[in-house]
Each structure stands twice: as C-alpha cells, then as structure tokens.
Design a protein around this ligand. Structure first.
Ligand SMILES: Nc1ncnc2c1ncn2[C@@H]1O[C@H](COP(=O)(O)OP(=O)(O)O)[C@@H](O)[C@H]1O
Ligand SMILES: [Mg+2]
Length: 305
C-alpha cells in the first residue's frame, strides 16, 4: 500500500459506523507525517451538518475554506454549495452574476434538491481544490482525503462526470469535468479505501460495493477491515477452550469466540472473492487509544510493500 500516499485523491467509503472517519483522520495524519501536504475533507450538505472528522482533527468551526490543523495538514468541509459557486463562476461570464445567483435561497434549494446536482457540486469543488497551486507553481495540496457520507457515494461521484459531459459539450467547464473524470478513473491518482468490519453482513456489503466501484472504473486502493479482534489462541489452545462447551447464556467467552471465527471467515472471503488480501486494522479495546493506535497501524501498512 506504499503508493497510496502518492495519490491525489483518496476516497474513504463504507457503511456508517465502520470507522470511516477514524480511518480518514488517521490516514490524513499519516500522509502528512510522511511529508505530503494533505487536505482532509468531509462531505457536508448543509452548513449545520455534524462534522465528525473536523471534531476528530480538533477543528472547532470547519468551513469550506481549508484551515490549518498541523504541519502539512489542513481540514475543510466539502460542500455542494462551494462547488456550485465555482461552477457558476466558471460557467457564467460574470463573477458578480454567479455570486448573486448563489445568494438566492431558491437557487440553492434547487441545486441541492436533485442528488446529481449536489454531487456535481461536490465533484466540482474537489477538482477546484486539487487544482489550487502555491506561488511556486506546486500544488497547494498533494493529497485530498475525502470522508464520504455513506455506502455508494463513491459511485454517485463517479457517475456525475459523464452526466455533465452529456449536457455541456465544450468550454472551460467541459474541460475541467473531462480532466476530473480522467483523474477519478486513474489508479495512479485516485484510490478508494473501502472500510468494513469483520462480520458476515458488512463483509457481503463491502464485496458488493467493491464490485460496484469497479463497474464505475473508480480505482480501489484497498479494503480496510477495521476492528479485527485479536485472537490469542493457537489451534491447540482453541480446541481446549471449545471442549469446555461454554454456556452461551452465562459465559461471555461463548459469544466472543464465534466472533473470532467470523472475523477469520470475513478476511478469507474478501481475499478469495476480490482477489486481494484486505488491510487489517486491530480492534482497540481502550477507547482513549483508538486514534493513536489506528494511526500507528496505518503508518505501518503504508510503510509495508
Ligand atoms: N479499530 C478500532 N477499534 C476500536 N474502536 C474503533 C476502531 N475504529 C473506530 N472505532 C470506534 O468506532 C466508532 C465509529 O467510528 P467512526 O470512525 O466514527 O465510524 P464511521 O465514520 O464509519 O461512522 C467510534 O467511536 C470510533 O472510536
Ligand atoms: Mg463518519
């Protein structure tokens, strides 16, 4: 997974509650520690949406504008609104007109109502942030990390460019979206980290999502299986424990032992059905240690071949 820090966009996808935000924050910090200029973002549809990634990174009032978190690391919200504004500025002849249009509540409501228009705004904002340069001509942000809201969202974003290109057939917006589409499909520049849990149903859903992502030609950088429980038993020791025939109504171990088996099965299934081994992040028992330990695990994974 070494080359994952070399991508320009890393999409963090998966169901709610699997650890997407934890992974997005740890990955952002790890890439920044490796010397990349990182912009960590999370999708926010409304200005009052909750901002768990900002909270985790210690940013009190996250906005569309990137704010410094630490050396090499900034954080911003990724909003359809910012994308629509830039889109209109690029598409309309006069900047004043675009700014005035975006002040209209009716227009904003319209742009948010159709899901593909909201996603178009997100995509346009993404491209806009990726293109930003510093005075020496280098990119302001080497890596854009996006904490996506829910399963399927990477697919939604991937469908946007071709929809726009059907409507707009030339000009600066066309060029930008065309470049964006090429970038989103380029495994050297874009990668999805698909986060899931080592349980039966989440594993099935992750395999399905990985296939959907492939259908849309969005590159999959890796499947991250988070919260994999530590298995302290050798096969011989496990046989001894199993022989105790623990009563599931009265013994905690009787419930946690099958969890170890489901985790092993989940990892094996992902590898056999998707043809590649998943990246494993351990279950951290001490809540206060989750961030630091997941950061360490991701740093180690990225350092490995
Ligand atoms: N490896 C882990 N071990 C233990 N707890 C974890 C781990 N990863 C995430 N968590 C916890 O799980 C909860 C949900 O994580 P979060 O990153 O917010 O998920 P999501 O963004 O997918 O909804 C949080 O309380 C987080 O601290
Ligand atoms: Mg989250």
């Amino acid at each position: 997974m070494k080359d994952i820090f070399d991508k320009r966009t890393v999409l963090v996808s998966g169901k709610g509650g699997v650890g997407k935000t934890t992974v997005a924050a740890a990955f952002s910090r790890a890439a920044a520690a490796a010397g990349k200029r990182v912009l960590a973002t999370e999708v926010a549809y409304e200005t009052d949406s909750p901002t768990p990634l900002a909270d985790l990174l210690g940013v009190k009032h996250a906005t569309d504008d990137p704010q410094r978190v630490s050396d090499n690391l900034s954080m911003a919200l990724l909003t359809p609104h910012a994308g629509h504004l830039h889109f209109l500025r690029d598409a309309l002849p006069m900047r004043m007109l675009a700014d005035a249009a975006m002040k209209s509540a009716a227009i904003r409501r319209f742009l948010l109502a159709a899901p593909s228009l909201a996603e178009m705004g997100l995509l346009y904002r993404m491209l806009n942030l990726l293109r930003r340069t510093r005075s020496d001509g280098s990119f302001e942000f080497d890596v854009l990390v996006i904490d996506l809201p829910a399963t399927g969202h990477a697919l939604g974003l991937a469908q946007v460019p071709s929809a726009i290109l059907k409507v707009i057939t030339r000009g600066p917006v066309y060029d930008a979206v065309k470049d964006g589409l090429a970038m989103m499909r380029d495994p050297l520049r874009t990668g999805t980290l698909l986060v899931t849990l080592p349980e039966t149903l989440p594993t099935s859903e992750a395999i399905e999502l990985a296939r959907g992502i492939a259908t849309h030609h969005v590159p999959l950088a890796g499947i991250v299986v988070n919260r994999v429980p530590h298995n302290p038993f050798s096969p011989a020791e496990r046989a001894v424990v199993d022989a105790l025939a623990l009563d599931p109504q009265r013994t905690l171990g009787a419930r946690t032992l099958p969890r170890l088996d489901r985790a092993r099965e989940s990892l094996a299934r992902i590898e056999s059905e998707l043809g590649r081994p998943p990246m494993i992040l351990p279950e951290i028992i001490d809540e206060a240690q989750v961030e630091a330990r997941v950061f360490a695990a991701i740093t180690a994974l990225a350092g490995a071949a």
